[in-house]
Design a protein around this ligand. Sequence first.
Ligand code: SF4
Ligand code: SF4
Length: 400
Amino acid sequence: MLEQVKEIPSVIRDLYENHVTKHFKVIAPTVLHVNVNLRCNTKCAMCNIWELKSPQALSLEHFEKIFSDPVYARIEYVILAGGEPTLRNDLPEIVELIHKHMPRLKKLMIPSNVISRPSIQKQYPRIARYCGDHGIRLTFGVSLDGVGETHDKIRGVKGAFEKVMENIQLMKQMQKETPFNMSIDPTIFSMNVHEMQKLKDLAERLDMPITFQVSAVADDYYHNAGIEEVLKINDEGRKTLVDFLKRRVAESSLFDALACYYTDVVEHHEGAPTRALPCPFADQGLLLNPDGSLQYCHNSRPIGNALEKSSSEIYYAPENVIYRDSVRKDTCPTCRMSCLFFVSLRKEAFPFLFFVLKRMFGVQRLRWRKPRKARTSPGGGPKPASVTTSNSAEETFPRV
Ligand code: SF4
Ligand code: SF4
């Protein structure tokens, strides 16, 4: 309760910035996605990053130089991803360096395939201790896509499921020493759409929250445009997905932000032509790649290289700001990326509050009306969407 009271000034500031300031000036970024490498130790069916085998990675000196720029000073939410981020031995140093330059950091998310036990043993306790000591909410994501062989098949590594199970136990032991959050984060597509319930049951047995992400085509990030067919969920799978999500919405609490998100995905699969949820990357996000290039979001083109120019110059450059306006206008409405939607729901508040209000009157919809006709993609169904679902209070509205 005390934590929520402490949040009130920042909620008021965010509301003002998101409903007034941003219409007059460019607001500084508050969310940052960093891809620390492009290497991976699994060969996932829904992503081609592992094929790149790219040695590209920014050194600690590079990070120091880049993050010294004042444009990062207001960052509150950071995702450290890759590739497989834990393959970098200096991940704890990267975390500390980030916090040194981003003193407002509230929440850090590190997704991992959790295959490498030595990396977990070496890195996680130090990162957890650091975050604990500095009041940063830390979540280690576990990428688990199926139960048993399904997971091995999707990740292209025999015995991967067993390793993940063993490493989850290791992480649970670590949690007793230094508290941190853990969640299971499956990526759902044609190969595992029928295992959502099994995965949810497994998460319950492990007493862990679960966050489903339906695979999305994002060629600049996952390099997966060539495998769209593998990702595509057929009509039967789509029905399974929609029914599953509707059940999650029905059993969720009134203030669960994820219910809002599931509903957007369900409505998308029922034919809604545009997303109803805001995205924090649309006006206050940055994404840094291992070669130093910056993007506004996963679906923006590179806007400059932070090793060659200051990040402030790049972020505020008039031509880039005009380009971002065009992304907002042309790309955002049909973009299905889920990235940090809960941050927007907190910062903008009204879409979420209207949703809650409707639910109080028994209307489980973001839009007032159900779309008349299902929109279909060239393959027969709506394009792959990003979906997140969780059984934890971790991502509920008041706590983000
Ligand atoms: S999805 Fe993640 S774990 Fe899988 S190949 Fe791509 S980067 Fe590696
Ligand atoms: S294109 Fe997608 S990821 Fe980028 S800002 Fe818009 S909604 Fe967010």
